[in-house]
Design a protein around this ligand. Sequence first.
Ligand SMILES: [Zn+2]
Length: 150
Amino acid sequence: MRVSRKGEPLTARELQILEAIAHGARYAEIAAQLQLAFSSVKNYAQSVTTKLGANSLAHAVHLAWEQGLFRRERHGDHAGYAAHRYRDEEPCEACWAGERAYRAEQRQKRRQEAVSDPQGVQEAARGARDVRGAVRPSSGRTAARGEAAA
Ligand SMILES: [Zn+2]
């Protein structure tokens, strides 16, 4: 599982679970309702706490409330987009625009991390293989055939 970092925006699922917690639902109830493993709900709660930079889950609920993450009228950024998704709606234009900007920013950030962080380099390399994997083995075989022919 990917490690969450402080400052990362919550996913729609994380927001959904945090809101359920804020409304007094227990992990077991959330797990049953969303058909998730109990441990998954705990992981989501931990991830939310990390991303919000909170000291506890109660603190996370407070911070999310303060940042307007539970507000229905939030629009125009990744959180607004996630909120639409959480409500199972098609995101509005403003939220799509915000989401596109957010994704572009994330791609930029990943490129920068790939330069400065060796772990990031490995992740970037894995991503590159996903895209070019179909090309590389065949070019290898071509080289081998070339040698055999020579
Ligand atoms: Zn919106």
